[in-house]
Design a protein around this ligand. Sequence first.
Ligand SMILES: Cc1ncc(COP(=O)(O)O)c(C=O)c1O
Length: 418
Amino acid sequence: MRAHRDLLEKSDPDVFATLTGEENRQRLGVELIPSENYTYPEVLAVLGSVFTNKYSEGYPGRRYYGGQEFTDRVEILARERACQVFRSEHANVQPLSGSPMNQAVYLGLLELGDTILAMDLSHGGHLTHGAPVSHMGRLFNFVRYKTGATDGAIDFDAVRELAREHKPKLVLCGYTSYPRDLDYAAFKAVADEVGAYTMCDASHYAGLVAGGVMKNPMDHGFDVMTTTSHKSLRGPRGGMILCRKELAARIDKSVFPGLQGGPHMNVIAGIAITMGKALTPEFRDYAAQVLLNTQAFAGALTSGGAQLVTGGTDNHMLVMNTQASFGLDGRVAEELLDEVGITTNKQIIPDDPNPPLRPSGIRIGTPAATTRGMKEREMERLAGWMLAVLGKPEDAALRADIRREVEAMCLTFPVPGL
Ligand SMILES: Cc1ncc(COP(=O)(O)O)c(C=O)c1O
């Protein structure tokens, strides 16, 4: 790796400068975006390896190119380990990222124009769950369920009513901004009643499922579970589709040749490593600590007067209503926190009256900070700094002081691989 870096420094100093700049940013600031993490040094090693040179269209044993002895082996390892981690009958590890992963499921199991029952986007659903601006939103008919106003619980009588009225072919759960676990048995009962497939997009919290601290949709008879590999799972940027045996051929055909060409074999090697790590006791400890950390964060923020969407958390994230808590929209809050080296992201909240680029809240997540070894004490310090910064938006001197404290804390928690 050292030799590769030296070469880059000499041959392209401009790109090298962006790399070292990003390394310093990651080293000196706290990453609290819930969908981000620091991957394993072993994954960084295979991402920059000769697997990137290889074309492997097709699947192990049935490729369109020669020279597949090692790519076949590594893809089989990734698939087998993924099945073991999520107790699934089949795994496809080729989706190039989370968006094509979800598209492949819709296009593989449904006819164009079919109805999908999914979570309202302002209540936590993801862009790929049929946002009107997305191509999927034009190709399929998305109908929305919402979460309750106070505790954020999903009202399954209302979901059933919607299902009876709209007869979806797919009932979709999973989210990008919702701080609670899901009742998969209740989703399955609704889907069974109307003869729909069940799909969970667990991209955000799959690491907590793998680590045994959140429920696993595959244990509840779900047809399909999708997950990105780069969020709480700590892997490379890719996607995985887990499904029942009977759907395997349709899913595989939908990914390739339906949607994609050559898989990124360097990423698939990284997924194999990530799934191997997810099976270890250390990963279970990591997942448990992520949860302890969000709970400590939530406790410290609420006792300091902040308002959290649903009042707390059961997973790796919190959604803070910054408008109600501090009279600041999410964009201003994100910018103020950026100034002190605490990275969060602006976020719409349920039925947000404000637009997505000036929403009423921010998302806060602990997977990356936990990877660095931060624990409850650091979460409480971070919450205290956030309350101070957001409580006094006019105080630039305070932000300068807090930035120094954040950097000092960060230097005692090295980023893996740096
Ligand atoms: C729930 C969910 N699904 C899918 C995706 C899409 O993943 P990608 O950005 O890799 O396309 C995301 C990304 O944030 C997500 O949160």
